[in-house]
Each structure stands twice: as C-alpha cells, then as structure tokens.
Design a protein. Structure first.
Length: 95
C-alpha cells in the first residue's frame, strides 16, 4: 500500500482542488478525500444555509473523529472480551 517516494495526488473536496503529497496509493488517497467530501456535503444539507466551509469542515472532522473513537472503543471492547474468554478457558483447563 505504501511507496517509498511521495507523489502528488490531486483530489477535490467540497469544490476545492487539493494536491496531497503521499506515499500511499493514489486510489486510497482519493477514497479518503471522497469520504471527507461526502461528510461535508451531508453536513451542509443538515445545517442552516450560509454556514462557511471552514465551519462545515470542523463539523465534518468532529463527525469523522466520533466514528473513529466509536470504532476504537468497539475494537478495544472486542479485544478485552477475547482476552477474558481466553483467560476463562485457561482457568477451566487448569481446574
């Protein structure tokens, strides 16, 4: 997924073009940009008109961060539960 040499990938987010220097695959960078664009468009539709792009970007960042934190908690909980299950199996085996 990573290349050693960074290259520029052009993406469009919320009507603006950006050149992203990255070592990851172009397809991945474009997927991420498309996701951010989608989130910003969703927020624009749900807030009063006239909200500027920087405020929409902050709200999108908050929503995306919330998704990340929720996913991390879910993974952490699953990881914890798997260790508990393993510990219970080991304890049963020892008894």
């Amino acid at each position: 997924m990573e290349n050693k040499e960074p290259r520029l990938v052009k993406v469009r987010i919320f009507g603006q073009e950006y050149s992203i220097r990255a070592t990851t695959e172009e397809k991945y960078i474009k997927e991420v940009a498309a996701y951010v664009d989608k989130k910003m468009a969703e927020i624009q539709k749900s807030v009063p008109s006239g909200l500027n792009a920087s405020k929409i970007a902050i709200l999108a960042a908050m929503n995306i961060s919330d998704e990340l934190f929720y996913a991390r908690r879910a993974v952490s909980y699953t990881h914890l539960r798997s260790h508990e299950t393993l510990r219970n199996l080991v304890c049963r085996r020892l008894i």
